[in-house]
Ligand binder design. Structure first.
Ligand code: ZN
Length: 399
């Protein structure tokens, strides 16, 4: 990686430093921005004008009254003119959303899939994205790029899905195939980024959450699969081959139940939807939907209640382990199992509190995801923004 930059890169680094500071501290004036960034006031004024012209920033006309003289104009991210498209490829459906720079969902579509054949999935997704692109143009919103979240390990520099066991895909050139499909539909010139679904879900919280942003931030996705997206020191923590955060396959019991990954005793075999179903139904052939499990809970079904509480208890154990590994500022829980509510979440909390008392340390902040079932699609849009406002990372990845 080269760390020297040409002038246009230097300018982009400075411009995006301004954007990141405004994101972190909304409402700063130009003079305060100069102080925060270490740039001169005249440079900041030029950059800010540029960013306002391009739709990144807006000047608020809210002025303090009663004070003598004019209060410096506060600056904010502009949620009206720029947008990103974020897509969620899951095992049985696809969805795509147009998301503003400030995290509002502007447009969206979704459909069920009858096939997981990569060519079919990519073609359907391209059609959906092409229609969102057209709509954005009609609304006069400029698109910054397209992000896609997929349930698997991704080589993010090439946009290749290395392994997605539940689809099942291996070495699918997702980014280039999607780019070709879109080009055939007349959509070209938009950067496409592909990343693991839990990783982008973590970015949904990080890019669109309220300041101050916690760091490290861990997003824990809970469904048929269990996995984490981890942000450490302002960057996604991906690991050498993109497998970092596969915490559902950390071992909770030596020689425990057989997992879909081939190992025994993985966290997923205690926490995941399959584990809950197996406990309720007494067999592993059928996976009960979260809706079905919830209805059983509402009817006071004893087996369902025990199964869900047990899963929640092991979730507490997994979180306890993540807590010791990362000392996170915040853990965000997302995914369909969160809809199981109190029996699931309270068991996790009770388990964690007992560990916290044992060791005399205060638990990290634990929250439910702010975007719910849209976390992955919103997060895929957040991925586009996250990369653009860190131009040095983006440029070094292109080399
Ligand atoms: Zn496993």
């Amino acid at each position: 990686m080269t760390i020297t930059g040409d002038q246009s890169l230097m300018r982009e680094i400075n411009r995006m430093a301004v954007v990141r500071v405004i994101q972190r501290v909304p409402g700063l004036s130009r003079a305060e921005l100069a102080k925060e960034t270490g740039l001169t006031k005249s440079t900041v004024s030029l950059l800010v004008q540029d960013l306002i012209d391009e739709g990144w920033l807006l000047e608020s006309d809210v002025q303090a009254t009663g004070a003598i003289g004019r209060r410096p104009t506060p600056l904010f991210l502009d949620g009206n003119r720029l947008a990103m498209i974020g897509a969620d490829v899951s095992v049985d459906s696809i969805s795509a959303l147009t998301v503003s720079l400030t995290g509002e969902v502007v447009n969206g579509a979704s459909e069920q899939l009858s096939s997981t054949n990569p060519a079919v999935v990519i073609r359907r997704l391209a059609l959906m994205i092409a229609s969102l692109v057209e709509q954005a143009r009609a609304d006069d919103r400029r698109l910054l790029g397209i992000g896609v979240g997929v349930p698997g390990a991704v080589l993010d520099q090439q946009g290749v899905v290395k392994l997605a066991p539940n689809l099942p895909w291996r070495d699918v050139a997702f980014q280039s195939d999607l780019s070709q499909e879109l080009a055939s539909m007349g959509v070209a010139g938009l950067r496409i980024q592909v990343q693991n679904d839990y990783d982008v879900a973590a970015l949904s919280e990080y890019e669109f959450g309220e300041a101050p942003l916690p760091d490290p931030l861990i997003y824990l996705g809970l469904g048929i699969g269990v996995g984490a997206g981890i942000i450490v020191r302002d960057r996604l923590f991906l690991g050498a081959e993109g497998y970092a955060g596969e915490v559902g396959h950390s071992i909770l019991q030596f020689e425990g139940p057989l997992c879909s990954c081939g190992r025994k005793g993985c966290a997923e075999t205690f926490i995941g939807q399959r584990a809950i179903s197996a406990r309720i139904a007494g067999n592993t052939s059928e996976v009960l939907s979260v809706d079905t499990i919830r209805q059983l809970l509402e009817r006071g079904d004893e087996a369902a209640l025990l199964a869900v509480r047990r899963s929640g208890h092991y979730l507490g154990v997994l979180i306890q382990n993540l807590w010791t590994y990362f000392n996170p500022g915040r853990i965000v829980l997302g995914g369909p199992l969160c809809d199981l509510g109190a029996p699931f979440l309270d068991s996790a909390r009770t388990c964690l509190e007992s560990y916290s008392q044992d060791c005399g340390l205060q638990l990290p902040e634990i929250q439910l995801s702010r975007f719910g079932s849209r976390s992955v699609a919103v997060g895929a849009a957040a991925l586009v923004k996250h990369a653009l406002v860190r131009p040095l990372d983006l440029r070094s990845r292109d080399r």
